[in-house]
Design a protein around this ligand. Sequence first.
Ligand code: GUN
Length: 287
Amino acid sequence: MAAIVIDGKAIAAKLLEDVRLRVAELKKTGVLPCLAVILVGEDPGSVSYVKAKQKALTEAGMDGWDLTLHETAPEAELHTLIARLNADERVHGILVQLPLPAHINEDRIIRAIDPHKDVDCFHPLSMGKLLMGQPGFLPCTPHGVLVLLKEMKIPVSGSQVVIVGRSNIVGKPLAMLLARKEYNATVTICHTGTKDLASYTRMADILIAAAGSPGLITGDMIKPGAAVIDVGVNAIIGTHLHSHLVGDVLFDEAQETAGWITPVPGGVGPMTIAMLMHNVLHAAEGK
Ligand code: GUN
């Protein structure tokens, strides 16, 4: 039987509607939630991500500051800008679009953001709180995956979760969240150094692919009935230089075996933006 295809776009739209209503309430108290989005350079992928974030902010009734620096801007200029935004009470969230040009030290930049405005949850203090189970922002993509599992009523407690990928943005924080008592999953982290990857993925009740490797997960690597969450976003250049997005999972094969599956695009991607909007709202509410 073919898998249930998880409609991330519809679930994200529902969440965004909730955010929009809460923003309207907050505005009545004189608070306009505001996210400052910093982009350095003109990388086409980053430009399109930033546009999508600005569009979502507008639709949610929030303020979005579009701050673009030249590709060659010195790191000091970025520090000056972040210091100004940290001190500005009108700004509730600060997001620096990654990756940054090679001459800028990403770790130093992330550390410069006031943790109270760290809606990406990339600051070491935010990550440390997450690791220790203390209240704070949740990183957008991992949070989006948790919401998808909840909305689809996919059993998580006591399940075997295998995450392929150990990035700071997805793999590591998602593993920490799912292992919390409230989710109660048994989590295995696999990566490019894992020998016989399929022997792990075949054990997974929930398989999360976040390796950034197109077609890494084939149908025969999936346990029948498993939930397959594809976090991969890989641009494939086709004919006439047109590119299209594919995930880490070979969708057509996987959906024959899986119980649930997220498509790319339209699965996890829209959830990431919805959770970002949720974090900006929370920052503005002072929660
Ligand atoms: N680049 C790729 N994903 C992200 C993200 O979630 N946040 C930021 N700031 N940059 C990214």
